[in-house]
Structure formats: structure tokens, C-alpha cells
Design a binder for this molecule. Structure first.
Ligand SMILES: C[S@@+](CC[C@H](N)C(=O)[O-])C[C@H]1O[C@@H](n2cnc3c(N)ncnc32)[C@H](O)[C@@H]1O
Length: 277
């Protein structure tokens, strides 16, 4: 069955046809890979073929076709209003967790550009023993609707609160955070044409692009007012795009110490963390 789906996808011009065929068969049949290798009868075979054909016709990402993406062991509803959670973002979640895991008092976290809710929910899950409140903000109401569904589905409504806000615009003066975390839009708009079709045509523009040549405008805006929103010794943690680490480090140096950069598996400087001076 996997071979049949591989052939359909390959003939339809899907580059990663093997990985996608495996994902489609496993997710839609609900079977394990072992079951399939043992030759057990595949459940929902017609549905799998129908979805493979839809993938070819629409060229929509496979996660849009099945309706969800996996991130840190959980399923997140996704559609064209939110960025599909990326593997790199797991590095950001793990680094953010390391910064605050030892804190004894109630934890207040601000997630700027919450999108599907994957960072907020993953942190809430990892810190499940703690008293914690995560405020996820996004400028897009359509994205927030998806985040609301994911927060409810993962049973985190008492821990993750969502609000429409242009960065800090709707953050009240009395709200102070132990950690500001963000995976902001960081692709320079000039690079739009170089992107894969699945990204360019199906991820929301609001989630991808920064208007400046280096793609760092959001870091600049977030860092500038971060000292007003953080508690004493509070932390900041960002995901970064290619070649942005040194630019963002410079921005942080004025008000932050203990600046640390972490590379991803491809050797790209992917995450930067720092602590308020
Ligand atoms: C790269 S996506 C990250 C989504 C999610 N946090 C993740 O890691 O998968 C950036 C998010 O920032 C939001 N965004 C863009 N401009 C914003 C702004 N001015 N204020 C708040 N959120 C913004 C987008 O709508 C999008 O959901």
C-alpha cells in the first residue's frame, strides 16, 4: 500500500513522495509502521488514495491535507491561517524550558506570534507540574481561532490564554513576564520568490515575512520594549532565520546579559536566548 501511494505521489511530482506516503498511510490508517511491514490489511485505504490525489491536485502541504501537524508529540490543527509547526521550533521550546524550569514561583510567559499555539502548548505541557500562565498573542484573528481550538483540544485552557495584539500593544502595564518567547516572521520579503511552492502559497504571509532586507524588524520591535514587560532577571528567547544571530545579538547587548546562541542540526544559528540585566 505504501508503494502504491508512493507511486501516485511520485508521478504527481511530489518531491518527498516517500516520506509523505508513509505519513499519509500511518496517520490515516491509524496503524503502526510495524503492522504495515507485517502485511496487515490497511484500514481506510480508499481515503488514503483520495487524499494522495488531493495532495497532487491542490499542491497543498500534506499537513493541510490531513488537517494537522505533529509537534513535540502532540497533534496540532493547522490550516492556511497558521504556520505549520517546524522541527526547528522544538529547539526554541527546549531552550526556553531550560531557562525557567528551576523557577519556584508562579511562571508568567508571553508568546509573541502564537500562531497555531504550538510553542505555548508545548511549554505548558513540559512545565505541567508548575503554576503557570502563558499569554499567547497574535495580530491575526484567524490564527487565534486555530490556537483556541488547539488549546482546548490539549486541555490547556486554564494555562494558556490568547489575545489579539500587535506585539505589545494590548499588554497592560501591570502584566510582567518571566519569559518572552517568540518565533516571529523572519523571512525578508525580497526572498519570497525563492521559497518552496508549499510555503509560498500556503503558509500565511503574516507568519513568514519581515519587510526589511535582513528580516529582523520583529526582533528589533520585541527587544526594544522587552525590558518594560519582563520581571527582574527575566528571559527572552527567539527562533532565528539564517544569518540573523549576530544582528539580533547586537540588539540584545544593550539591556541583556548571558546571551547564548544554539545551532540546529544543519549548523544554522537557530535560537538565541538572553537574560535582562
Ligand atoms: C513564524 S509564525 C510563528 C507561529 C508559531 N508561534 C510557531 O512557532 O509555529 C509568526 C506569527 O506571528 C504573527 N504575527 C505577525 N505579525 C505580528 C504582530 N505585529 N504582532 C503579533 N503577532 C504577529 C503571525 O500571524 C504568525 O502567527
Amino acid at each position: 500500500m505504501i508503494k502504491t501511494i508512493e507511486n501516485i505521489l511520485n508521478n504527481g511530482g511530489i518531491e518527498e513522495y516517500q516520506a509523505e506516503a508513509k505519513l499519509l498511510v500511518l496517520e490515516v490508517s491509524g496503524m503502526t509502521y510495524e503492522d504495515i511491514l507485517l502485511g496487515k490489511k490497511i484500514e481506510n485505504a480508499e481515503k488514503i488514495i483520495e487524499l494522495a490525489k488531493k495532495r497532487i491536485e491542490t499542491k497543498a502541504p500534506i499537513q493541510h491535507i490531513i488537517g494537522y501537524a505533529r509537534f513535540m508529540g502532540e497533534k496540532y490543527i493547522v490550516n492556511s491561517n497558521v504556520l505549520i509547526p517546524r522541527d526547528e521550533t522544538e529547539i526554541l521550546v527546549n531552550k526556553a524550558y531550560e531557562l525557567i524550569k528551576k523557577q519556584e514561583n508562579k511562571l508568567d510567559i508571553l508568546d509573541i506570534g502564537v500562531g497555531s499555539g504550538c510553542i505555548s502548548c508545548a511549554l505548558a505541557k513540559k512545565l505541567k507540574e508548575k503554576e503557570i500562565e502563558i499569554l499567547g498573542v497574535d495580530i491575526s484573528v484567524d490564527a487565534l481561532e486555530v490556537a483556541i481550538e488547539n488549546v482546548a483540544k490539549l486541555d490547556l485552557v486554564r494555562k494558556v490564554i490568547l489575545r489579539k495584539s500587535d506585539i505589545y500593544l494590548k499588554i497592560r502595564e501591570c502584566e510582567k513576564f518571566d519569559l518572552i518567547v517568540s518565533n516571529p516572521p523572519y523571512i525578508p520579503i525580497l526572498q519570497k520568490e525563492n521559497l518552496q511552492k508549499e510555503v509560498k502559497d500556503f503558509d500565511p504571509k503574516l507568519a513568514l515575512f519581515a519587510s526589511d532586507d535582513d528580516g529582523v524588524e520583529f526582533y528589533e520591535r520585541i527587544i526594544k520594549d522587552a525590558p518594560n514587560c519582563l520581571k527582574p532577571n527575566g528571559f527572552i528567547a527567539f527562533e532565528l532565520g539564517v544569518n540573523q544571530a549576530q544582528l539580533v545579538k547586537k540588539m540584545l547587548e544593550k539591556d541583556f546579559k548571558n546571551i547564548e546562541i544554539t545551532k540546529d542540526l544543519a549548523g544554522i544559528e537557530r535560537v538565541i536566548t538572553a537574560q535582562l540585566i
